[in-house]
Design a protein around this ligand. Structure first.
Ligand SMILES: [Zn+2]
Length: 306
């Protein structure tokens, strides 16, 4: 039985937007009939949780809407509903991380928000749910070390920056779009960022197929195994999918299902508890985004036996 954390309050009212915020609800609906998945509601993050990672000024901006440029730095229209919704999404990430320590594996039907930085948001990411969750578990003495495996299409710049000052964490990003100055950069042949001791990245070339993806994963995943983390958070992005408007990769549903299976096989083989979250996915037919995310549950079923 898998516990997956979902709350209808995850979705902030952002109007017509390329980010299909409805997808969380659609994925949850797709799970309601699954006898081996239990949907649970998380409690929201507290301001203390947020303050370990984000600046007081930025948190206040998200809560109050002022200054507006900071409150909308993640490129969402600000509304009074934004702050409670992002406290719930971060709470989902934390709840899944904690559940994974108990059960070995868990999920949050929510994004990890890997572009969010300490003092501002970027790329539809308000607060960095991954680092907030890990800092909360470290502060509570529940873990000492952790890794983030980011397989969203985009380079996880916020997570990398936040990891850089946290030597007990390790951030690994396999990306097919780079990310710099709050914009996605489709050409990955010129690197827009620098790796560090505990934040590493691997570019997936344009046209990347399953064989190239697996080759890259085989080079990258041992970096996590070498650190023997107490917990791994996995960003299972839907935007590497070949029809996604941002994606130059050649990965279809079967390829992404195989990706997820390989991640879970890795975690299981190394006895690393894993919590996964959803990440980007902008294909205009939202059912294709939802299918990528539901397939991650299928991969869990195949590897962990339901
Ligand atoms: Zn993305």
């Amino acid at each position: 039985m898998l516990t997956a954390f979902y709350h209808p309050g995850y979705a902030a009212p952002i109007g017509q937007h390329i980010m299909p915020i409805r997808k969380f609800e659609l994925v949850a609906e797709g799970l309601r009939d699954a006898a081996d998945v239990r949907l649970a509601e998380p409690t929201p993050l507290t301001e203390d949780d947020l303050r370990r990672v984000h600046s007081a000024e930025y948190i206040a901006a998200i809560r109050t809407g002022e200054p507006r440029t900071l409150a909308e730095s993640q490129k969402f229209p600000w509304s009074p509903e934004l702050f409670p919704s992002v406290c719930l999404t971060g709470g989902g990430c934390l709840a899944a991380a904690r559940q994974a320590l108990r059960d070995g594996v868990s999920a949050a039907v929510v994004s990890g928000f890997h572009h969010a930085c300490a003092d501002h948001g970027e790329g539809f990411c308000t607060f960095n749910g991954l680092i907030v969750a890990l800092d909360a578990l470290v502060a509570a003495g529940e873990i000492r070390t952790a890794a983030v495996l980011d397989m969203d299409l985009h380079y996880g710049n916020g997570t990398a920056q936040l990891a850089a000052t946290r030597p007990h964490l390790f951030a690994l990003s396999l990306y097919g779009n780079d990310y710099a100055n709050n914009v996605a950069v489709r050409d990955v042949t010129v690197r827009q960022h620098e790796d560090g001791e505990n934040h590493r990245s691997f570019a997936l070339p344009a046209g990347c197929d399953r064989a190239t993806l697996f080759k890259t994963m085989d080079a990258a995943l041992p970096l996590i195994a070498a650190r023997n983390p107490d917990l791994m958070l996995y960003q299972a992005g839907a935007d590497p999918y070949f029809e996604d408007p941002y994606s130059p990769l050649a990965l279809d549903h079967d390829d992404l299902l195989a990706r997820d299976r390989r991640v879970f096989e890795f975690a299981k083989a190394h006895a690393i508890p894993v919590a996964w979250v959803l990440a980007g996915g902008y294909t205009s037919d939202v059912s294709k985004v939802v299918r990528v995310h539901l397939n991650t549950f299928q991969a869990w079923r195949e590897v962990y036996g339901g």
